[in-house]
Design a protein. Structure first.
Length: 151
């Protein structure tokens, strides 16, 4: 059963980011639906895609001197750390964790896309016209409460 779905609400008016996010949503659903050895394979695919997804955003942030880079990157690192840990435990037999992870990351992503990624997309689309200091604070607080709410 899908844990999330792509909707126009998730679009951030940044073609490359939006394409990556659609793929990410698809991969989360594949993890949620997989079992047995296929689950480990799907988790590997999710991890590889997520590493590239987050590295690309970090590169954009560095190139644009995006002020709230560090809080955004910290959140990415936390998600990757949890995903790698779940992959390890699934491979050791705790296969129920695949679905738990997919659901939690899907909930996290809804908030992350609507806060940190939205702010980044706006900044990339309109550099110099955006109050990044305020955005950092708002983005971090929104993301923190979303993550704690999902945990
Ligand atoms: Fe993203
Ligand atoms: Fe992000």
């Amino acid at each position: 059963m899908p844990v999330t779905q792509w909707t126009p609400d998730l679009a951030l008016n940044h073609a490359e980011m939006d394409k990556t996010h659609q793929e990410f949503v698809d991969l989360l659903n594949r993890v949620a639906d997989a079992g047995g050895t296929a689950l480990v394979r799907e988790l590997d695919a999710l991890i590889a895609h997520t590493e590239a997804h987050f590295a690309q955003e970090q590169q954009w942030m560095e190139a644009a001197a995006f002020p709230p880079l560090h809080c955004h990157v910290r959140e990415h690192e936390g998600v990757l750390e949890i995903t790698r840990e779940v992959r390890k435990r699934v491979a050791e037999g705790e296969t129920h964790l695949g679905g738990v992870l997919a659901k939690a990351v899907a909930e996290w992503f809804t908030h992350h896309a609507a806060s940190m990624d939205l702010i980044l997309a706006m900044f990339l689309n309109q550099p110099g016209q955006f109050q990044a200091a305020t955005a950092c604070q708002t983005g971090c607080e929104t993301a923190k409460s979303a993550w704690h709410g999902a945990a």
